[in-house]
Ligand binder design. Sequence first.
Ligand SMILES: Cc1cc2nc3c(=O)[nH]c(=O)nc-3n(C[C@H](O)[C@H](O)[C@H](O)COP(=O)(O)O)c2cc1C
Length: 349
Amino acid sequence: MTREQGISGPSTGDRKSEHVRLCLEEEVAGVGVTTGFERYVFRHNALPELNFDAIDLSAEFVGRALQAPLLISSMTGGSAGTGRINERLAEAAQLRGWAMGLGSVRAAVEREDLAETFKVRHKAPDIPVIANLGAVQLNYGFGTDECRRAVEIAEADALVLHLNSLQEVFQPEGNTNFADLLPKIKRLCLELGVPVGIKEVGWGIDGETALRLAEAGIAFIDAAGAGGTSWSQVEKFRSSDRMRRTAAEAFASWGTGTADCITEIRAALPDLPLIGSGGLKNGVDAAKAIALGADLAGVGRALLGPAVDSAERAASAMEQAEFELRTVMFGIGAGSVAELKATKRLIRR
Ligand SMILES: Cc1cc2nc3c(=O)[nH]c(=O)nc-3n(C[C@H](O)[C@H](O)[C@H](O)COP(=O)(O)O)c2cc1C
């Protein structure tokens, strides 16, 4: 299947397909903002006292075992083409033993005929599958029943709510009433029956916000920091409204870099399961995310192009990241993910 075919289909015009196309074809990274990982280096350990092949990458997330402490960030579903991307990502995640986030399941909650595009469990029976909805939908008619439906459709182990306030502003059709969400999130955490996590979409969650969310009962946080995909950049390409387009340009460097998000969240919440994501380019970045305090590292747009091509290409990109992560662990003498997380060999330049 060609890249064009992979993202087109009957729902070509819909927003999700358009987001995927823009993320593949345009410059959508933030400008003038970085993850902050470049400020850190690992101090080499010349005598690791480890067998490279025995380094243990295994991890656990929402009660399921992983072969590597890695997650595919929430991206697609909701149209025929993006459903195929989900299937390929799921196949690759099952093969490599990664956790997998689905893109927002809202479309399928609202239109039953789109449910198929989120049904990946048959491709990924063993890994954590995470359903996704915008937290703001709790102000637009979604309650516990709709969230439960999203989890059922995806046969998911958990639900992650995304916080995307500025994306909603830059979208002409955006839902911008973010008032009084916290009590609704708290209620959902009590009622849903599976863990409810929270993520940003590339502008980052800071320590203070993380604390408020944890107090509301959030079970895990995905930092989704700045330095990678920028949704003001993506929406800039979609907007026909001159004011929004110009404003989006002015926000190209917005957001808290991923490294700072991880450090702050971990300082505020020493024990909460934490995913470090946003702009991760390779396994060295993933290792830095974990050494800074994340339990898992998440990769988004870097896996999109490979998954548009084939499950094999996605799996191979994932294997590459694992190889680099394992090599970092060898280079610093960390034999397990717990040892990587506790290392003193990550130094601020
Ligand atoms: C094509 C595309 C679609 C996305 N859709 C969603 C989504 O539906 N829900 C969500 O929470 N995040 C979504 N994201 C955001 C990612 O999960 C991630 O937080 C963000 O892209 C930053 O990570 P990255 O720099 O590795 O891409 C999407 C990202 C991409 C590239």
